[in-house]
Design a protein. Structure first.
Length: 322
């Protein structure tokens, strides 16, 4: 029988995990596969870990990878993908916004031969207008700026074939935007649309700061256009000021009416200064990224591996495809 891993990054989700587990169990029990359910705890400070531990003790299919601190959603997902041993790996959120009812659909697309089954949110219930507008803007800017196309409403709810997971593991960058990687990774990809319901309990773990960071990571990891924009702006204003300089010299040398132009001078200094700072900022952002990458630090480290023995289930002797 084929093995399917479900990877769930969780960060302070004490009121969701149990319900999520019950819901997913319905499918783990009825679908004809061996399942492993990998919770990746991303540095929770509530009783999330205790709940995972209890589930792991009751149920051999459950394993808890406990990260040493909060590393962020994308890294937590990466950790899960590193440890997952299934022939297919499904990643989903633990707050019920990625409906477990869709599991059979994801798996049947995989069985039809698709190696990446990507879900796309057509709508999210109960999301603020601000988040809708900024998220829409982000995808437009992202797709316009880079040659990687990420579906608007693309989510981290997807199924990956084992082959794709193996390829994914060779991507070593620190600042990662998994949607971009998956979109660029190739293979046969299918898309399934869904409406994301409201969170079951608790509040979103994505602060404005985390969202901005995520957006900047997405754009800078797949596009050099911001650097080029700074260069083109420099070119434009450089030639403009060269023309202006010729004009100033002409007035100074050939005419008698060289009046002190305080307003134009200070205005252009301010504008050019501002532009230079923007250019420097963009360059700084990329240099910062180079700095982070060359350190080659580990992406994450684990504090605990609850029920690591669940591997026994996966490594059952005689399981085909292992
Ligand atoms: N999450 C995580 N680390 C973080 C932030 C979030 O592991 O630093 C988890 C969170 O517990 C949830 C999933 O990632 O299972 C998606 O987060 P959330 O629901 O807060 O995001 P939203 O749905 O609001 O975009
Ligand atoms: Mg959510």
């Amino acid at each position: 029988m084929k093995v399917i891993s479900i990877v769930v990054p969780v960060y302070n989700e004490q009121d969701n995990i149990e319900v999520f587990y019950q819901e997913v169990c319905k499918y783990m029990e009825t679908l004809p596969y061996i399942f492993e359910l990998l919770f990746v705890d991303d540095g929770s400070s509530d009783s999330t870990i205790a709940i995972i531990d209890r589930l792991a003790q009751q149920d051999k299919r459950v394993r808890g990878l406990v990260l040493a601190r909060n590393f962020g959603h994308q890294i937590a997902l990466t950790c899960g993908l590193d440890f997952a041993e299934g022939d297919a790996v499904i990643t989903m959120d633990g707050d019920m916004q990625h409906p477990p009812e869709m599991l059979p659909q994801l798996i049947s697309s995989w069985e039809q031969g698709y190696e990446v089954v990507q879900t796309v949110r057509v709508n999210t219930e109960g999301v603020s207008l601000f988040k809708k507008v900024t998220s829409g803007m982000f995808y437009k800017v992202m797709n316009a700026m880079s040659n990687v196309q990420v579906a608007e409403g693309g989510s981290d709810f997807r199924l990956l074939d084992k082959k794709v997971v193996t390829s994914f593991r060779s991507f070593k960058e620190q600042a990662r935007f998994i949607r971009g990687i998956i979109s660029a990774i190739g293979y046969r990809q299918a898309q399934i649309e869904f409406v994301a319901p409201k969170r079951y309990a608790g509040t979103s773990k994505f602060s404005l700061k985390k969202m901005v960071q995520f957006a900047v990571d997405g754009i800078t990891s797949y596009s050099k256009l911001p650097l080029r924009i700074a260069f083109y702006l420099g070119l434009l204003f450089g030639s403009f000021s060269f023309a202006l300089m010729l004009h100033v010299l002409y007035i100074k040398i050939f005419t008698a009416d060289a009046i002190p132009g305080w307003a134009t001078t200070s205005a252009s200094i301010l504008m050019l200064g501002g532009l230079q700072l923007v250019g420097l900022g963009i360059i700084g952002e990329y240099i910062g990224r180079i700095f982070e990458e060359v350190k080659r630090r580990p992406l994450y480290w684990l504090r605990d591996d609850l029920n690591g023995s669940s591997q026994e289930v996966v490594r059952m002797p005689g399981v085909p495809g292992k």
